[in-house]
Design a protein around this ligand. Structure first.
Ligand SMILES: Cc1cc2nc3c(=O)[nH]c(=O)nc-3n(C[C@H](O)[C@H](O)[C@H](O)COP(=O)(O)OP(=O)(O)OC[C@H]3O[C@@H](n4cnc5c(N)ncnc54)[C@H](O)[C@@H]3O)c2cc1C
Length: 462
């Protein structure tokens, strides 16, 4: 998330509505029931903020989070399949909201990244404090190493929601139908509750359940691509000595691959490969690629603890809400190829603000939730242009060389504004909006630096 993304809590509108004593058939009354389907970050953020707001307004809400996963379990049973990079800005913003991530949940040691290409490597230091990044575990960790050095981010957030008053029911919701204008939830064939609001925070990785598309209000599951993640265990000293406090980022001319990142996490390395339609061979082929082999320690073997091919949302659904139903997080709109956790916070909070302060009708979501939802969609269009540019830079050797040359010069001069370095940092690991990164990427000084690199190549060739 970027500093511009803070969801605003519009108490003034609420107070004005109360003063006018408007009766709104879709307002959440005292003792209203909310069913949150999915207890990942989005479902937990929604619950935390809805309950906090309700308390401030002296209202009681009954929130039940349905999710069959146990986030304390290691391996796939407790994992929501993610590289776990979060921005320091999100860590600080959550602290201001009263959600303090303990050191066992967030690892704050990352101070640079190493960019690896076929034309060489370069180290890029954190551009500024706001752009610092950290790493979290999404579940109990890779298979076979439960409890070492870490706690689960998803479990921690769910715990915060429960502290605020939510209840977690470990069930998978299988069907939702309207009865007398209100949604009714079904699990294992039986009816379990009628709710005043259903929050769809189901992500994109639980198979095609069809629950929300089958409700018939026009929602279709987001368009997705397959990514690849693997966790590789090493001794702690090897991780410290070999990978240090850097995320290792790979921009390589491999078909279907956008970029890959290795994130050191004390005794493990998370390797995350993003692109289009990756398959079971992707990890093996990637680890055998010469540039990658150079980065891995040569003297010691390694073991792949876990691997999976999770889906990523690359296009948000057009109809994300109706009366008494709202879709959030990965099941709605999220950032393209980065910062899904920041987007979960923004969208979870925006949905909570709308529901508690304004109401749960289609019109309420259209007026107060959709502008935030649309913002991310528009910003992702700039993201698409940027990833297209990145593809050019990694696929054409001359461009790769120029990019490295400029970044090396920027990094060696403490006075340099480091424009291209910050473009690269923010695109792959940072929290800046794509629109702002795009503006820097196509700015005159960056184009001038490229022309300089081009002219230098010509001179050297002559
Ligand atoms: C390869 C990869 C790497 C990523 N790396 C990063 C990263 O480094 N940083 C970052 O910020 N983001 C990253 N993301 C994105 C991030 O993982 C998501 O944006 C984030 O998890 C979205 O949270 P969510 O709560 O919306 O969905 P999820 O985390 O997917 O949670 C959905 C929950 O809903 C539950 N559920 C599903 N169906 C039902 C049902 N019928 N009934 C009950 N419960 C149900 C599931 O069990 C699950 O717990 C990455 C994603 C991928 C695929």
């Amino acid at each position: 998330m970027s500093p511009e993304d803070h969801p605003k809590t519009d108490f003034a509108a609420y107070v004005a509505k109360q003063a006018l004593a408007e009766s709104h058939p879709y307002a959440l009354d005292d003792d209203a029931r909310i069913a949150v389907v999915g207890g990942g970050p989005t479902g937990s953020f929604f619950s935390i903020f809805a309950l906090k707001l309700a308390k401030m307004l002296d209202k009681k809400l009954n929130i039940t989070i349905y999710d069959p996963k146990n986030f304390t379990k290691d391996g796939p049973a407790g994992c929501n399949k993610c590289a776990g990079i979060i921005s320091e800005l999100l860590v600080q913003t959550l602290a201001v909201e009263g959600i303090n991530l303990p050191d066992s949940v967030v690892w704050k040691g990352i101070n640079s990244y190493q960019l690896h290409t076929t034309k060489g490597s370069v180290s890029i230091a954190t551009p500024s404090f706001e752009n610092t990044i950290a790493a979290v575990y999404r579940g109990g960790g890779p298979k076979g190493i439960i409890g070492e050095h870490k706690e689960s981010f998803d479990d921690f957030l769910m715990g915060q929601a429960i502290k605020e008053g939510a209840e977690h029911v470990p069930r998978k919701i299988q069907r939702i139908e309207y009865e007398n204008g209100k949604p009714v939830l079904f699990s294992q064939g039986g009816e379990i509750e009628q709710a005043d609001l259903v929050v769809g925070a189901v992500g994109v990785n639980s198979g095609k359940s069809g629950i929300f598309p089958d409700m018939g209000f026009g929602y279709e599951e987001p368009q997705t691509v397959k990514a690849a993640i693997t966790e590789i265990s090493f001794d702690e000293e090897i991780i410290t000595e070999h990978f240090g406090n850097s995320v290792h980022l790979f921009l390589l001319p491999i078909k279907n691959l956008k970029f890959a990142a290795m994130i050191p996490k004390v005794t493990y390395l998370t390797l995350c490969i993003l692109g289009h339609d990756l398959n079971a061979d992707t990890v093996r082929d990637f680890l055998a690629y010469p540039v990658v082999k150079e980065v891995l320690p040569k003297s010691v073997g390694y073991k792949l603890n876990c691997r999976c091919l999770p889906k990523m949302n690359i296009r948000a659904p057009k109809v994300p809400f109706t009366d008494r139903v709202v879709m959030c997080g990965d099941a709605g709109s999220t950032r393209l190829f980065k910062d899904g956790l920041g987007a979960a916070y923004i969208m979870g909070k925006a949905a909570a603000n709308t529901a508690v302060l304004h109401g749960v009708s289609k019109q309420d979501f259209q007026e107060h939730y959709y502008p935030v939802y649309k913002n991310i969609i528009v910003d992702n269009q700039f993201g698409n242009y940027l990833y297209f540019l990145a593809d050019l830079y990694k696929n054409y050797g001359l461009l790769t060389r120029w990019m490295l040359q400029i970044v090396r010069e920027e990094q060696s001069d403490p006075e340099d504004p480091k424009r291209l370095s910050s473009v690269l940092w923010n695109m792959f690991t940072g929290n800046e909006r794509f629109k702002n990164i795009f503006a820097t990427a196509v700015s005159l000084p960056v184009r001038f630096d490229l022309w300089k690199a081009f002219a230098r190549t010509l001179v050297i060739r002559r």
